[in-house]
Design a protein around this ligand. Structure first.
Ligand SMILES: Cc1ncc(C[n+]2csc(CCOP(=O)(O)OP(=O)(O)O)c2C)c(N)n1
Ligand SMILES: [Mg+2]
Length: 412
């Protein structure tokens, strides 16, 4: 059973999936070693899906991608599980904080933990990531303190972390824009002769943006070391993927002249393996690749959204059966790689993280109002100066403004 073949919504082409380890030795389909692969699928064949762990937690052999996860120890597997559990806990805490009025908005990653942790853990420390606004799991893998992600959503800063500290760019709300930033950055890296690469994250909806098309063109022509990691979570707010493309998204790459691969986005091992593959070839000078992580946004688009208005419960339920965390847990347990003590300890760690997140958010100081004009232009700008002066005058017009309060609240 594969992610795609169990999708409950509108009819899709069935996926080829992979073979169980115990089944026949027939080679598992996986595209990607050359731009021409996947061509048959684009012409009406079935989309191919790289999967190493079934939803039931059984390991699937894959002759092309097994080698990228062959050296994982039981400790490494437990670490991947821990990453996903703590990321989910952090995310759930943020949703709750928004409901309590502590955050203005939150885009939940629920269901996308494997796509983010698998790809995030494939990066090296000197690889640079350009996220959208939902990559909390990638931020975790890059070592960004999760509480820093919350400032912008509380409205107390415009970003909250220094991108260069961890190689994790600020969140980008303008859909698709970061793919161009990533491409330019990757071109610069190549010119510098750096032995590193860039990962650009974006959603299925973003693939309809001109910015994404332009970044595909530029990165292909300049052979930029960038991996395009598209999390196809099936929805762009209320628009289903069918409204974005006539062909499976990974097949778009073919037209630009670089390989595209569809991976089971709820399978952390497959996401790790495929992203390692793409990063290795990018670092080795072989240019860009597109990864379509086929996954599902189990929650609302953001806390401002109500998905019951446009999608059926059955769809979500079908994807719940393919939960990325449960399948790795099943695999760990079946292999004897984790005992009850491990899971209990992780639960305790998760509680501690939740409390820390709550405490840090509630203690975040309100910003100084005039600070909104900082960090806009390096050398200043006349228009910003004018707006700053206007805003200062407006602030000073309140009865409780410091100068007026000193004069008994009399507004001059
Ligand atoms: C250029 C632009 N157009 C429209 C929007 C409004 N908008 C915010 S999120 C979103 C949907 C994005 O969907 P997708 O790319 O699939 O990412 P997902 O939210 O599903 O992770 C839209 C249209 C925007 N932020 N920027
Ligand atoms: Mg989407």
């Amino acid at each position: 059973m594969t992610v795609e073949s169990t999708a409950a919504r509108t009819p899709r082409r069935a996926s080829s999936g992979g073979k169980r380890a115990s089944a026949s030795a027939k080679k598992t389909a996986s595209p990607g070693k050359g731009a021409a692969k996947g061509k048959g699928a684009a012409q009406g064949g079935e989309p191919e899906l790289v999967q190493l762990l079934t939803p039931e937690g059984e390991r699937v052999e894959n002759s092309e991608y097994d080698r990228y996860v062959a050296d994982l120890t039981p400790e490494d597997l437990r670490a991947l599980y821990r990453d996903m559990v703590l990321t989910r806990r952090f995310d759930a805490e943020a949703v709750t904080l928004q409901r309590q009025g502590e955050l203005g908005l939150w885009p939940s990653l629920l269901g996308q933990e494997a796509a983010q942790v698998g790809s995030g853990r494939a990066t090296h420390a000197d690889d640079y990531v350009f996220p959208t606004y939902r990559e909390h799991g990638v931020a975790w893998c890059k070592g960004v303190d999760p509480t820093l992600l919350l400032g912008m959503f509380r409205g107390v800063n415009n970003g909250g972390w220094d991108p260069n500290t961890n190689g994790f760019h600020l969140y980008t709300i303008v859909i698709g824009a970061q793919t161009l930033h990533a491409t330019g950055y990757a071109m610069g890296m190549a010119k510098d002769g750096a032995d590193s690469a860039v990962v650009a994250y974006f959603g299925d909806g973003a693939t309809s943006q001109g910015d994404v098309a332009e970044s595909f063109t530029f990165s292909a022509v300049y052979n930029a070391p960038v991996v395009f990691f598209c999390q196809n979570n099936q929805w762009a707010i209320s628009e289903p993927t069918e409204k974005q493309s006539r062909v499976p998204l990974y097949q778009r790459a073919q037209g630009y002249g670089f390989p595209g691969v569809r991976v089971d986005g709820n399978d952390v091992l497959a996401c790790l393996a495929v992203t390692k593959w793409a990063l290795e070839r990018a670092r080795g000078g072989e240019g860009p690749a597109l990864i379509e992580a086929f996954t599902y946004r189990m929650g609302a688009h953001t806390t401002s959204d109500d998905p019951t208005r446009y999608r059926r419960d059955e769809e979500r339920e079908a994807w719940e059966a393919k939960d990325p965390i449960l399948r790795l847990r099943a695999y760990l347990a079946a292999q004897g790689h984790a005992d009850e003590g491990f899971f209990a300890e992780l639960e305790a760690e998760s509680e501690t993280l939740g409390k820390r997140v709550r405490d840090v958010v509630r203690a975040m100081p309100d910003p100084e109002p005039m600070s909104i004009f900082e960090n806009i232009y390096a050398d200043g700008h006349a228009l910003v100066d004018e707006e700053r002066a206007q805003f200062a005058a407006y602030q000073a017009s309140f009865a409780d403004a410091p100068a007026n309060a000193a004069a008994g609240g009399e507004v001059k």
